[in-house]
Structure formats: structure tokens, C-alpha cells
Design a protein around this ligand. Sequence first.
Ligand code: DHB
Ligand code: MG
Length: 598
Amino acid sequence: MRTSIATVSLSGSLTEKLTAASRAGFDGVEIFENDLLASPLTPEEIRARCADLGLGVDLYQPLRDIEAVPEDEFARNLRRARHKFELMRRLGADTVLVCSSVSPLAVDDDALAARQLAELAHLAQDFGIRVAYEALAWGRHVSTYDHAWRIVAAAGHPALGTCLDSFHILSRGSDPKGIEDIPGEKIFFLQLADAPRLAMDVLQWSRHYRCFPGQGGFDVAGLVGHVLRTGYRGPLSLEVFNDVFRQAEAGPTAVDAHRSLLALMETVGATALPPPVVPTGIAFAELVTPDTAPVTARLAALGFARTARHRGKPVDLWQQGDARILVNTGPAARRDGTQLAAVGLESPDPAGAARRAEALLAPVLPRRRAREDVPLDAVAAPDGTELFFCATGHDPRLPDWRSDFEPVGHTPDTPGSAPGVTRIDHLALTQPWHQFDEAALFHRTVLGLRAQESVDVADPYGLLRSRAVTNADGSVRIALTVGAAPTDDTVRAQHLALATDDVVTAARRFRAAGGRLLPVPANYYDDLAARHGLPEEELATYRELGILYDRDAHGVFRHCYTTTVGRVFFELVQREGGYRGYGAPNAPVRLAAQHAAR
Ligand SMILES: O=C(O)c1ccc(O)c(O)c1
Ligand SMILES: [Mg+2]
């Protein structure tokens, strides 16, 4: 099917928007009137630019406040429309969107609306133009798709059809099943947008909070299924009014937009993509650092041993139990400071995982970082984190990334031999401020992970949002976070959470080995005592070590934090009884403590 995007969904000049849409692989655009009015290009130049970029001008929009008005007013509206049709002819656009009137002059008279829309369509026809009538959710008299369709049907003009917009339909709670009663050839256009479920005025909701399909709470794919069953074969077009996307760079936004549409088309069976290959564990996390000592001192104190070194690069493998951390001191480290740069995901089919990622527009990274390296499939996540699809000896047919490493003589503790770290529990990756929703969609569609609900976390200097993506058994957990103050290193911090069966002993061992744990204020423990009624002795231990505590319907969570190096800190976590969360209620206390420590 044709994919299209409204210029209002992207930031920049019209030229920048068109270029971004074309590069991201869209077939066409809806040109929003304001973008044309503000452009220094003539309509002919815009048409030529679109042609050069391989874009069709699938829709010109919107014509407003046309129908169901007194005759003298309607005569003025027709003059206005004629001017637009002349413009559209120069632009090479053959469909115009007319949205239902919000004018105080409009009357509640369907027969009048139908008669005037037929007259408009008659004029449009002379210009080779079709009119697509759309119910705005806040239209004065027409606000539902079935009402707009009744008027279109009554008008009975071949150049008049309807435009369906998933936002207007789903925001009002209309049942989209009735779409199947509209003949496909009378649906002239289909606009798609998702939105988070918010209890607010629908106009404000529409103009500021729409998002790409799959990022919000609507069943957009379900709606598209109904539309396709009518026989509609026109474009699937994204029309997303969103305050964040208006500011974000158009190029990446357009790619994210197209990915969301591809995933939606897969869901409704309109396209076939390589199937998702869900990762089965975390093979490694890779830190880059220009300043090795503070990182390795923390790892050693946590009980990690340096077990191997890369044959060709300044990269060490530190290991404990099944937790593997690469410490890279190469050139990227000097450029970027200490940060989590790459994640190795255990994959039953690394090549298949990479094929899906590529089909969903993820940048594919070179298979070998150096000529002599084992070939590994890798892609870049939206935040730039490199994701390696790899095998850690679980399948003899797949190359083992560890073959690039030479043992250095230390053997790690075997899991369970000492109460240390058993595995990586989760990773927390900070996303660029404008890519939070996209990050969740990426991890869900590209990696086949499940996204949990987003939670708000109060930081002393702004609000953070956090959303976890996981595989079914919890062996892959990634917390995606975003903050309001992107330049602040506490807000930009990433962390590596390490699982242990006994956080108290692990914390004591870390301290005894010279490690410093993040101090937690006494007020926190007074509150904890009141909330959970923990025995005084247990509380005293937590107080002493800075251990935080949480409980959900499934179990208990105890955790503590190291101090931060660059953008990175470590967390020791003990999950008991199937606890599913990440200690979110404690995050504000942790963030305040980290700001204080800075
Ligand atoms: O918010 C609006 O005015 C507006 C305009 C055109 C549309 O297609 C739409 O869905 C909303
Ligand atoms: Mg619309």
C-alpha cells in the first residue's frame, strides 16, 4: 500500500519536511496549507520538488467551514474554494480535505450540508479534484465519521467522498466497526494517528498529543482492518499533530514515523516483514570509558574479575556468574566519556534478528568491527546504543563473540559460590528527549519485546518518565527513561542493574572492598518503617548500607546503588517471589541522592 505523511507531522521548512519524508521511504505527502503559504517556493516548484523526491502530493488540506451555511456565505466559500482548486492544479494535488465546520454560522441541517458539499464537489470536478469530507471530533454539528458519511451518501456526488481519521473516530469512542458499511470507493482518504489516553478537551488532545500508531493507547491497527475490509486501497497517511515532533529533527522523526506504519501494515497483513526474533538474554553490556580505574575499581569491588582481553582492541571482559561487562578504552571513550555504548543480546537467530531490524529501518552496523573479528550482526537503537545479536556458546552453529577474547588467567566465581552477582538484571538507557515514545516502539517492533506502562518519576529538577521493555521470562529487561533536562548528567545517567541472591551480603562485600554506596536519607527509612512495618533490625541494616525496599503483588525488591562514573552507575538488586518492577517508588529518593552526591 502507499504510505504518506502530512507535512504538519514534521518540523522545519516545507523543503526540509519533503526531504525527510522522501528519505524515510514515504510514497507521498499531505501538504498542509500553512506549510505552503510559508514556503518561498511557487506551487510549480513544490510540485517539481516532490516529483524529484519521488513523492506524490496525495492530499491538500484543509478547507474549513464550508458547509451548512446561509447561501450568501456559501457563495463566498465557493469563491475561496475555487482559488484553492486553482492552486491545487498548479501543485498537482487531486484530493482536497474538507473538515466539518466549526463556524458559528453553520446550522444543524444535513440536507443543506449535503446540497452544498455536492455543489462544492461539482466545482472541484471541473478541476479534476476530489473532495474528501472529514468529521472533526469537535465539529459544530458533524463530529462523528458515520454522520459525515450519511451526508456524503445523501449528496450522492461522484467527486465527493469521506476522509477517515483514526484520531477523530477513536478519541470519541465511536465503534469503528461501522466503517465496514461505507463502500471502499467512497473512502477517499485515510489519516492515521494514535494518542495516549488522556482525559482532556478533544481539540487540545488532537492538536498537541497525537503520536504515531503503536505509541499511544488506541487500536489503530484494528481500525485499519475495518477500512481495508471495505476495499479501500488508497494511501495510509500519518497525520500527527504533536508538540515534541514539531521541534524534533525531521529526519529521524520521519524514519520513526515510517517504522510505525510498517509495523502497523504488518499487523493488518498488508505487508510481510521478517518475523521478530525475541532475544533470550543479555550476553553482555559494553561500557566505554576514558578513565578505566574508577570503572574497574567498582567492578572489582562488586566481585567481577577481568577474565579476558580482546585480541585486537583495548577491550577487557569482566565477568561474574553470567554477568559479562566489556570495558572499552578505545577512541570512542575519549570522545564520549564513560557510558554504556553497546548491549549484546542473546539471539536464537542473529541474522534473522538483523534482517527484521533492517526491514524496520534500523541502521545496520558493519558486521565486523575489525577484519579479524568474529562477524556479528548489529544495529543501532534510536539513542545510538549498538545492539549486537549474538550467541554465548548456546548454539555451536553460531559464532561465539567470546572467540575474539583471549583469557587472561583469572577465572570468575562460579555462580552461587559466593553471594555475589549472578547476572545482569536490567539495563536503564536514557533516551533523547524527543525519542521516548519512539524508543519503546522500536524495542517492541524490532526486538519483539513487550512494553510495560510508562511511569512518571519525580526528579528534584524535573520530571522523568520511564518505561520498561522485557521479554516473556524477564531475562531481558531494559528500562527506557527520559528526563526534562537533557544536559544534566544525573538525568542523562544510564545504569546497569546486577542481580544477586543476597543484596545485604553483596553490599557489605562491595563496601569492604573499598566501594562507596549511594547514601540514602534517614527520612526514607522512617517512612519505610511506617509503610511496610519492617522489623527494626532489618531497617537498621538497610539504613547502614543505603538499601532501598519495595514490594508488589508478587514479591519483594531490595536494591542499592554505587556512586556514578561519567554517565554510568551500578545497582545491586535482589528480586524475591516474582517481583516484577524496578523499584520505581524509590526512584525520586535515588535521584535526589545522586544530585546531592554531585
Ligand atoms: O485540528 C485541525 O484543525 C485539523 C485539521 C485537519 C485535519 O485533518 C484534522 O484531523 C484536524
Ligand atoms: Mg485529520
